[in-house]
Structures are given as C-alpha cells and as structure tokens.
Design a protein. Structure first.
Length: 262
C-alpha cells in the first residue's frame, strides 16, 4: 500500500514534558484532529498528545474521502509503521474507537502495537447493529448529529458549513455502518472502555463487551453524559486517562473493574 503525504496524517498538539506518555487520538465520524485540542490541554503535561487527521476534511479537504474502515485503518497503520517512535497508547472516540482497534490489530501483527487502547463512546466491535444513517438525505444526517449533540447547533444552520462537513460525515457513517469485525485473536494490550451513562447509542453492556477483545486487562469507566461526554467532561476524562497511563507505567494497572459517575 502506498501512502503519500505522510506528515498530513498526524497532528501534534503537545510534546510531553518528561516523555512519560504518548497518546494518539482518533476522531469520531465527521470529526477532525482539532476535536481533541481541548482534551489535550487538560491532559497531564507529561503526555505527548497526537491526533489523526483523516482525508477529506479541514486542510485535507481536497483529498479523496475514505468510506471503508479497513482501508482507512490500513493507511493509518502504514503511516505509523513508516515512522517508528516510542510506544503509544491509542484513544478513539465513537467511530475513532473502531479505527484505533483495527489499527492496533494491524500493528500487533508486526510487533509494534499500542501499549493500551482507550475505546470511548462506542460499542464493542463484536456488537453488530444494522444502521442506515448514511443512506438518509442531508436533512436526515443533520438530524442525527443534532440528536447526538456532537456539533455546535448554530453551525448546523449555516448552509456553507454544512456543505463542507456533510460529505465527510456521510462517508464516515458509510464506513462505520458497513463495518464488520473480522474474526481474529483479541488484542494483547489492555483496553479501557469509556461511556456516557445516558448515551443513546451505546449501553453499558455494549461498552463492557470490549472485554472480549483483549487477552490482557480490561476496565470500564462510566461518566455522566451522552454520546459526546468527552466534550462535556473533558477534564474528568483527561484526569482518568492520566491516572490510567500512570498506573500502566508504574505496573499497577490491573483493570477488571467498573467505575461509575458520582
């Protein structure tokens, strides 16, 4: 597979102050790397924060969209393989959790997988559900993102903004709604699933099912909020991520527990 313009794929929000942790973030459907800027600021100063920029949005708008999860994961994995670096943890939100999972599977085959996977706001890959949002007209797509509250509501009334974001949104929904998890061994790295307690698309059981996708430790963290609890509770999520990464580095992370919001 040939991947061009490799530097376009990864955004670096901050260098870790003491090189303790490196976290690579994967955006949701219709999202871009910039979604994680606020989250990156809230993370520990010792964490290097990177984010993937998918083709077809923001400064990559002129590039062809990718509407297949496996193809997109393959391209990201090729970029990461071509630029060896210190081990990274992955953080994916919604569709990004599935892309991060598939990238991790590819990288583990070559012995350079992530040290840990945070799967945020997404049911486990094995929990298939027939969905057809990508087949709706433009108004139907807008209604979906209004329901999930993942985009500034005022922007959804701006026709110029919609013209820019709807093609990528439709391609991403097509990718995630047609995704089927291939058979294969579980990941060797720990998985931490994160979910909002009022997420209309992901139940606690759906999130807990990520446990079957790792042969290592597993933990479920539950936060107050809906599908985009990460946006509303970015400080709390960042504190949890920092705590877990510190525990992993110290060898004290054991998983196998569930936390609930106060």
């Amino acid at each position: 597979m040939t991947v061009t313009n490799q530097e376009a794929w990864i955004r670096r929000f901050r260098a870790g102050a003491d090189d303790r942790h490196s976290l690579l973030c994967f955006p949701h459907a219709g999202g871009s790397a910039s979604f994680f800027h606020k989250f990156s600021v809230a993370l520990s100063a010792g964490t290097e924060v990177l984010a993937v920029q998918y083709p077809g949005r923001q400064d990559r708008r002129a590039e062809a969209l990718v509407d297949d999860i496996h193809e997109l994961a393959g391209q990201v994995a090729a970029v990461l393989t071509s630029r060896p670096d210190r081990p990274k943890a992955f953080f994916g939100h919604s569709m990004g959790a599935i892309i991060a999972f598939e990238v991790a599977r590819l990288l583990e085959r070559s012995g350079c997988g992530p040290v840990l996977l945070f799967a945020s706001g997404r049911r486990a890959p094995s929990r298939y559900r027939h969905e057809t949002v990508h087949l709706r007209d433009d108004q139907g797509l807008v209604e979906e993102i209004r329901a999930l509250s993942g985009t500034d509501q005022t922007l959804l009334s701006d026709e110029d903004v919609l013209a820019m974001i709807l093609p990528a949104l439709r391609a991403d929904y097509r990718a995630i709604e047609t995704y089927v998890c291939p058979a294969g061994p579980p990941l060797r790295c720990p998985i931490v699933a994160m979910v909002g307690d009022s997420d209309p698309r992901v139940s606690l059981d759906d999130a807990g099912a990520w446990r079957s996708h790792t042969s290592s430790d597993f933990e479920l963290r539950v936060f107050s909020g809906g599908h985009f609890f990460l946006d509303d509770r970015h400080g709390e999520v960042a504190a949890a991520v920092t705590e877990i990464l510190d525990g992993y580095s110290a060898g004290t992370f054991r998983g196998d527990r569930e936390s609930t919001p106060p």
